[in-house]
Design a protein around this ligand. Structure first.
Ligand code: ADP
Ligand code: MG
Length: 414
């Protein structure tokens, strides 16, 4: 089923059946999968939430569950847990403190995910109470039970709830235990409101987007993102490429990129893409470069003349114009990734200008995916001018590429 071009309308039909409003919730124990994978900063001796977009995006579903007198247990991951030392900086305790400070929810925190004490905590929950569990990826230290979707754990969790609600859109391209394992066994399940909203926005783009439809890609996750271009390119009218990925393409054209870095094993792939889709792919023609990764005065150079001891950290002024000209007649635009290191004052202009231009476009559906792209929108105060800002970068990109999302499939399956 995945890769089927008509998958989008399939979701549309099933989504309406798999909605919260069709589920009996009174006094039920609801396991709610959320994506609270939020950036934290260390401030005055503790970790605090730096960006609450993903947390706020869950309020609608939580409020509804509370209104229906459910008992809520929240599952979420945060960051990656590869060793004991990763635990402290990726604890959901910071998110618990956020809830305590910013909401009136009757919420408590529990550090364990199994065992008698854990089961008792769940049994003793009263209606309208919320239990936030510690980062599910702590269990990755035990044979990656969360990330590899351990079936025993999935069955165990499924047996402890009356209802499963999948609301972790940002995780939905993954088959993890907390978002995919539980609904495999707990069939009394449905999508949360955030998940529905995200899917409806993506539907607008994937099933019959208003044309012309352009995608702007950037950011730093080159190897993840570059792979999807092959499929994505078939669906778009133009693909504009900024960010770190651009340098592998420039290199593939036969030019040096200096210290910018390119992915050697993707060069052939990029050459092929350029050969087959030269008319659709728009690359930068100038860059802002500097001798090291720091926020200082850059040089502006043509794409043919990146000095060997310099790296490109933003697109140049000619490229800003080039990108704006190419986007000007769009009716649908999806952005995934900033075009430069917008966190640095000296390299923020490309992202600021191009994103602002997109945000001002009339009669155009403007979709933004990716945590850092969303952050850039906030930074430049564009968040209310975009049609939709997604809480999931990888997940939305996978949907745009034309693949379904396992975390949704398992709930919406026939
Ligand atoms: P998103 O979260 O929007 O999907 P990514 O996670 O892929 O985006 O990448 C975001 C990061 O990419 C930003 O922190 C930005 O500084 C960085 N970035 C953008 N352009 C470059 C570049 N040319 N070189 C290095 N980093 C870049
Ligand atoms: Mg990111």
């Amino acid at each position: 089923m995945s890769n089927d071009k008509n998958f989008a309308s399939l979701y549309q039909n099933l989504m309406t059946k798999k909605t919260l409003s069709n589920i009996f919730l009174e006094n039920q124990t609801v396991f709610l999968s959320c994506d609270f994978n939020v950036p934290l900063t260390f401030l005055n001796g503790e970790y605090v939430v730096n960006d609450d977009t993903r947390i706020k995006a869950s309020f609608e579903t939580i409020d509804y569950l509370l209104e229906k007198n459910a008992k809520i247990v929240i599952f979420s991951h945060l960051g990656r847990i590869k060793s004991e030392s990763d635990k402290k900086k990726n604890s959901l305790w910071a998110v618990y403190k956020y809830f305590e400070k910013n909401t009136n929810y009757n919420i408590s925190f529990f550090p364990l995910h199994k065992g008698k004490e854990f089961e008792n905590q769940i049994k003793n929950l009263k209606s309208k109470e919320i239990l936030l569990l510690e980062n599910t990826r702590y269990l990755d230290l035990e044979n990656e039970q969360e990330s590899k979707n351990n079936p025993e754990l999935a069955k165990y969790w499924a047996s402890l709830c009356d209802v499963f609600v999948g609301n972790s859109f940002g995780l939905s391209h993954r088959k993890h235990c907390s978002n995919y394992g539980i609904p495999t066994f707990q069939k009394n399940n449905c999508l949360g409101f955030l998940m529905e909203k995200e899917l409806f926005a993506l539907e607008k783009i994937t099933s019959n987007p208003k044309k012309p439809y352009y995608v702007l890609m950037g950011g730093a996750k080159v190897s993840d993102k570059i792979k999807i271009i092959n499929n994505l390119i078939e669906k778009v009218d133009k693909l504009l490429i900024g960010g770190k990925m651009a340098y592998t393409f420039i290199y593939s054209l036969g030019f040096e990129v200096g210290k910018s870095g390119h992915e050697e094993d993707q060069v052939e792939y990029c050459k092929n893409l350029l050969k087959t889709h030269l008319d659709k792919i728009i690359l930068p023609i100038d860059f802002k470069v500097i001798d090291d990764f720091r926020d200082d005065k850059p040089k502006i150079v043509s794409y043919k003349e990146i000095p060997s001891d310099h790296m490109g950290l933003d697109i140049g002024p000619l490229t800003i114009k080039l990108f704006e000209n190419n986007l000007s007649d769009a009716q649908t635009i999806a952005i995934n990734g900033p075009v430069g290191v917008f966190e640095f004052e000296n390299f923020s202009l490309g992202t600021k200008e191009v994103f602002s231009y997109v945000s001002e476009m009339k009669n155009c559906f403007t979709f933004v995916g990716g945590g850092d792209s969303a952050f850039a929108c906030n930074k430049f105060n564009l968040q209310d001018k975009m049609s939709f800002i997604s809480t999931g970068g990888g997940a939305s990109l996978q949907y745009l590429e034309g693949k379904t999302l396992p975390g949704v499939d398992i709930i919406c399956e026939k």
